[in-house]
Each structure stands twice: as C-alpha cells, then as structure tokens.
Ligand binder design. Structure first.
Ligand SMILES: Cc1cc2nc3c(=O)[nH]c(=O)nc-3n(C[C@H](O)[C@H](O)[C@H](O)COP(=O)(O)OP(=O)(O)OC[C@H]3O[C@@H](n4cnc5c(N)ncnc54)[C@H](O)[C@@H]3O)c2cc1C
Length: 418
C-alpha cells in the first residue's frame, strides 16, 4: 500500500513541525512555502516551554546542551517590575525558558530533507473531492494528497477558504520588538537583562525584556542576547497605515519589513522610551539596531478541520504574544494531529478526534492573552505599582506567559483571575 500523502501549506515553524512529525509516523509529507530562501532571520526572541523542546527531540531536531553552553533555551530566574527611575517595585521568583526563532527554525528545517521542502510555492486555493484534496498554486501547478494541512499563519489562505467565518480580531495595539546583544546596552545592565524578565507599565502600555540564547553562528561573537517587547495602543484604521508607510511614502498595509521602518518613527520611540519606560528597557529601545513592528491579533477558532483540511499553529487559532506560546502551540497542534493519525487507520476518524481536542486548548490560551493585555489601551487606568500578593501587578508578573494553561488549570491568584 502506498503511503498517505499530506500537503503542508506554509514552511515556517507550524509547517515544519507538521511535516517532520507526519514523516515520523510513515506519511509522505511535503511543505509548500511561498517565500524563497531561508526564514531563519525572520523572528526574534521567543518565550518557550519544555513541551516545545520535547517535540523537537521527537523529530530528531537538536536542542543543544546547557552544560556545553549551546542549549537552544535560556533560563530566566525571576520576573521584576521596575519604575521609571529603575527601582525594583516588585519581584517574583517565577522561572521561565526563553529561546529564539533562529534556534528553533534551523534544527527543524535541517530535520526535513530538502526534497520535501518547496520554496516559492504560493497556495491560491484548494479543492476537495471525497477523500482527496488538491492544492492549486500561483504558478498554475497542482498537487494532490489525502490531507491538506494549513500552516500558513495569521493571514491564512487555507483558513479563509475553509472557514470564511473565522477572522482574526485586532487587539487595539501593536508590539515593537528590540533585540540587543551585550555590545548594545550599558555593561551595568547586563547581569539583570540577561538573566531576568524586566517589566515596565507606563499607563495604557506594557513593556518587558526577556533573555535569549546566543545565536548559533559558529563564530560565537556574542555570548548574550535579549529582547524587549513594547506594546502600545494604535488605531487600526488611522494610525497603523502611517506606521507602515516607508520613507518614500509607500504604504505597506498592516505590516512593514523592518528595514523600511522610518527613522523619524524610531527616533520618536527612543524619545518616548526615555520618558516613560524603566531605564533598563529604554536602553533596549536606544540600543537595538533594527526594531520590528507587529500588530497584535487574536482568534479562538471553534473548528480546525473541514473535510480533509486541517489547520495548525496560527492558521488554526491566534494567541496574543503575551502568552509566549504561539510556537509551542504550533508544535503541540502538529503533535496532536500526528498522534491522532497514528492511533487511527481511518483518516476521517483521526481528524474528528483532532477537531474535538484542539480548539478548547487554543481558546484557553487566547483567553489568557486577553487577560494579560486588558490594561493596554488609551482609555485604560494605569496598573497600580504595588507589590501586594493578589493585586493586579503581582498577578501579571506570575501569570505572564502560559503557566498552568498548558497543564490544564490557569495558575493565577484568585483576585487576578480573568
Ligand atoms: C510580537 C510577537 C511576539 C511573539 N512572541 C512569541 C513568543 O515569545 N513565543 C511564542 O511561542 N510565540 C510568539 N509569537 C507567536 C509566534 O510567532 C507564532 O505563533 C508562530 O510564528 C506561528 O507559527 P506558524 O508556523 O503557525 O505561522 P507563521 O510563522 O506565520 O508562518 C506561516 C508561513 O506560511 C507561509 N504562507 C502564508 N501564506 C501562504 C500561502 N498562501 N502559500 C504558501 N505559504 C504561505 C508564510 O510565508 C509563512 O512562512 C509572537 C508573535 C508576535 C507577533
């Protein structure tokens, strides 16, 4: 009997997890990615979970070794909030793991043989007929398989066709990201910035910094990296298009390639950071070579399967970045799909199981993201900077990320519950 064939649309992390996992259970899985070239330079820092590294190990992707100093995960020892003068207002010993896009993408990409990864292939639409499904690409070519997996992200073409009713909702704010190495910020800040999460809560905004593992560039020119993410309210219709307009006046829609972000915007951000953020975080904004701008959306899909089409990662549901779990969720979605297919010879029964199990998980993460982001907005009162347990600040420091949600029960102080 020939092996069942999966067409995986999107060759970022969700697609790589899906294709690698399906290949381990005996499927023929091929990735079709619209971008040409390597995606390793795309992302920045990522909050992570041990579950992510477990899935990487399962497909044979290297996760390094902490004792040798090349682990893909960096440990964070505590979370602290600092005021505008830099004083610690509150600190909790809650630990976390952080990684970096390049440190997950590279081993996952290397795990998939090149003949199963096809770049420059943009899906236009799919056609379903009984137990077969076909993908039609922009170059006119057509591929057929037993299953089509939408791993094509936030603006998913697969979701738009299979679930036209499911649309990501803009949160009302954007994320600015600033990645630094030790040469970019004052030495006096290194110890704190490369071992702890540091938060700042200007009124209606939220900013934090988190360590990252060094890049795996072989040369090891830097020992440390860290990133600051600064969430700021931005009106979708009137302000976002201006942020996404380059120096020549060209409008890029709702996102913009980082090198085209205007220098006057960067200068303005540096000035505002100096006036409103803790000095530790303002140093990131001043020191980072190239800020990245991303509008924040979310979407809790009720279903992730229609016929022989299944969604994983951001194509399935979109979680606000505060939960630091989009990549772990993509890995766990792909793993749940592979496990369901492994347990059932009947593909439709496996897909029905996947569709029952996964949407509630995405919905819990989406809920956590909304709870964390609830203070971000121009009309929102400032988060009270008091260290008492049970108050919003304490709950935010402890609840930032996905602690408890993946295990099942949200671990939040009673008064901080969503
Ligand atoms: C500011 C910010 C911070 C974040 N921080 C974290 C964090 O700390 N931790 C974490 O885990 N997650 C984080 N995330 C979320 C994380 O980046 C996403 O959840 C993750 O990238 C989803 O992966 P994906 O493969 O599903 O989608 P994507 O990474 O979006 O990939 C989709 C792929 O599909 C391709 N594609 C799209 N359309 C087509 C088409 N028609 N045909 C073929 N290919 C197509 C795209 O080119 C792309 O390569 C953050 C997100 C943001 C915005």
């Amino acid at each position: 009997m020939s092996r069942p064939r999966a067409l995986v649309i999107g060759g970022s992390l969700g697609g790589l997890f899906a294709a690698n996992l399906l290949r381990t259970i005996g499927w023929d899985a091929v990735v079709f990615e619209r971008a040409r070239g390597d995606l390793a330079g795309r992302g920045a820092g990522l909050g992570a979970r041990d579950e992510l590294f477990e899935v990487m190990r399962r497909v044979g992707a290297g996760v390094g070794n902490a004792a040798l100093g090349d682990a893909v995960g960096a440990r964070v020892i505590s979370r602290q909030c600092r005021d505008i003068l830099g004083n610690i207002v509150h600190e909790v010993p809650q630990q976390a793991i952080a990684t970096a896009w390049d440190r997950v993408y590279q081993p996952m990409r290397e795990a998939l043989p090149d003949e199963f990864y096809r770049s420059g292939m943009q899906l236009e639409r799919h056609e379903a007929s009984g137990d077969r499904v076909a993908a039609i690409f922009a170059d006119g070519s057509r591929e057929e398989g037993d299953l089509l997996i939408g791993a094509d992200g936030l603006y998913s073409t697969v979701r738009a066709q299979a679930f036209p009713e499911e649309k990501p909702v803009y949160s009302g704010y954007v994320a600015w990201r600033f990645v630094v190495t030790e040469k970019d910020i004052p030495e006096a800040l290194h110890d704190q910035a490369f071992s702890r999460m540091i938060f700042s809560f200007p009124r209606g905004e939220l900013a934090f910094a988190i360590p990252m593992p060094p890049s795996d560039d072989g040369a090891r020119q830097t020992k440390h990296r860290a990133q600051c993410v600064w969430f700021r309210p931005v009106d979708f219709a009137t302000e976002l298009p201006l942020l996404c307009t380059d120096a020549k006046g060209v409008r890029h829609g709702v996102s913009i390639p980082p090198p085209l972000i205007r220098s006057d915007l960067i200068a303005e951000l540096r000035e505002i950071a100096g006036a409103t953020l803790a000095p530790h975080l303002a140093a990131f904004v001043r020191g980072a070579e190239q800020p990245i701008l991303q509008p924040v959306f979310d979407l809790a899909s009720k279903h992730m399967v229609r016929g022989r089409v299944a969604l994983v990662g951001d194509s399935a549901s979109v979680v606000r970045p505060h939960v630091a779990t989009g990549v772990t969720k993509a890995a766990l979605d792909a793993q749940a799909l592979a496990d369901a297919l492994l347990a059932n010879d009947d593909i439709d029964a496996a897909l029905a199981r996947y569709d029952r199990e996964r949407p509630p998980f995405g919905a819990r993460l989406v809920e956590r993201g909304r709870w964390i982001g609830a203070d971000i907005g121009r009309d929102k009162p400032a988060v009270e900077l008091t260290p008492e347990p049970g108050k919003r600040l304490d709950a935010l420091l402890r609840g930032y990320g996905a602690a408890g949600v993946i295990e099942g029960e949200p671990v939040l102080p009673a008064r901080g519950r969503p």
